[in-house]
Design a protein around this ligand. Structure first.
Ligand SMILES: O=P(O)(O)OC[C@H]1O[C@H](OP(=O)(O)OP(=O)(O)O)[C@H](O)[C@@H]1O
Ligand SMILES: Nc1ncnc2[nH]cnc12
Length: 181
């Protein structure tokens, strides 16, 4: 990707110190998606990475993963799986609990969302500890799906998500990396 495109995306992200709790620098993508050029550039960049990857489905995690995952799925011409927080999906689900940088949560998908052998690309806005995407990987694998890659707009390498996902056999791509927390 061109340096000026990366700069456009990076410059559109707002950093807020001590939110939602002291010591966390919150990387806010609302300003990115409000900027038409930066939003389009981030979707195009993710699509370019996976155009010829033989992906069968994209999975995005609620809520910010939906913003990037759904348009990438549409552009790749594949279906989109919504991995949701509890009590949002109306049919039979499978569930995995996980820890976050600042709390705990659970993710669910419909039990029939993925057919055995399907290749699933996981997309989220941001990789911190990797807990969210590890939970998503477990959900896909429980359905018999294969996850080879996870892609993010932002990665925070200091928080350890990359080795955590690599240990699960997942390759990771991110458009922008920020140092520190
Ligand atoms: O790598 P991790 O340590 O798991 O952290 C990253 C996750 O945290 C944020 O989601 P959050 O759970 O805050 O939910 P939201 O998308 O609904 O804001 C973010 O959108 C990622 O999904
Ligand atoms: N530092 C951070 N900024 C934005 N979203 C996050 N999710 C987990 N850590 C985050």
């Amino acid at each position: 990707m061109k340096q000026e495109t990366l700069k456009l995306i990076a410059d559109s992200i707002t950093s807020i110190a001590d939110y939602p709790q002291p010591g966390v620098v919150f990387r806010d993508i609302t300003s990115l998606v409000e900027n038409a050029a930066a939003f389009k550039a981030s979707i195009d960049a993710l699509v370019d990475l996976y155009r010829d990857a033989g992906i069968n489905k994209v999975l995005g995690t609620e809520a910010r993963g939906f913003i990037f995952g759904a348009p990438v799925a549409a552009a790749l011409g594949v279906g989109f799986i919504m991995a949701r927080k509890p009590n949002k999906l109306p049919r039979e689900v499978i569930e995995v609990a996980y820890d976050l940088e600042y709390g705990q949560d659970k993710l669910q998908i419909h039990i029939d969302a993925i057919a055995p052998g399907e290749k699933v690309l996981i997309i989220d806005d941001l990789l911190a500890t990797g807990g969210t995407v590890e939970a998503a990987v477990k959900l896909v694998r429980r359905c018999g799906g294969e996850v080879q890659e996870a892609a993010f707009v932002i990665a925070l390498p200091a928080l350890g998500g990359l080795p955590r996902l690599n240990k699960l056999g997942i390759r990771v791509n991110s458009l922008i990396q920020f140092d520190g927390q």
